[in-house]
Design a protein around this ligand. Structure first.
Ligand code: SME
Length: 159
């Protein structure tokens, strides 16, 4: 595995199309879930330089913080709470253009302005979420949803 990523500086679609095959190559053949989640986050941070990007994993009745890059974050989030807990409860991707307008948003940082949360769903059950925060409003759209959902689909959770 080559450790150096090629970082594309094109439009959003081009950037996802460039980084996704590299992410697949990074995690291919590696069975350790945490190692793979950590490398996925590292690659996404390098490509997009988002304010915060990370995984939360379902453990019992809570989401528990997993591999991430960015400022320190809330460790545990209950089902239905905040954007992450709502995405878990609905088993749906949530795009929040302005976090201040989302009732119940959990502000881990006052610098976070918009957010997208993508659930990791297997056989109808949510196993975790991929959470991305931006320090600008309205950063995420259907393009992010499409490609981030692709990423959550190819993570191997057979551990
Ligand atoms: N804002 C999230 C909490 C997680 S942090 O953004 C890292 C939420 O409302 O669920």
């Amino acid at each position: 595995m080559a450790e150096d990523l090629a970082i594309r500086k094109g439009n959003k679609t081009e950037n996802y199309q460039s980084i996704i095959p590299q992410i697949r190559a990074l995690i291919e053949g590696e069975p350790d879930l945490i190692a793979n989640l950590a490398n996925i986050i590292g690659a996404l941070k390098e490509q997009f330089n988002w304010f915060w990007v990370g995984f939360y994993l379902v453990k019992g009745e809570e989401l528990v913080l997993g591999p991430f890059q960015g400022p320190v974050a809330c460790t545990r989030i209950r089902k239905g709470r905040g954007v992450c807990g709502s995405s878990w409860e609905k088993a749906q991707t949530l795009i929040v253009p302005d976090v201040q307008a989302f009732a119940g948003h959990i502000a881990c940082s006052s610098l976070s302005k918009s957010e997208i949360v993508v659930p990791i769903v297997r056989s109808g059950a949510v196993l975790g979420v991929l959470d991305v925060d931006s320090d600008q409003v309205d950063s995420f759209d259907e393009t992010d949803k499409k490609f981030l959902e692709q990423i959550t689909e190819f993570i191997c959770f057979d551990v």
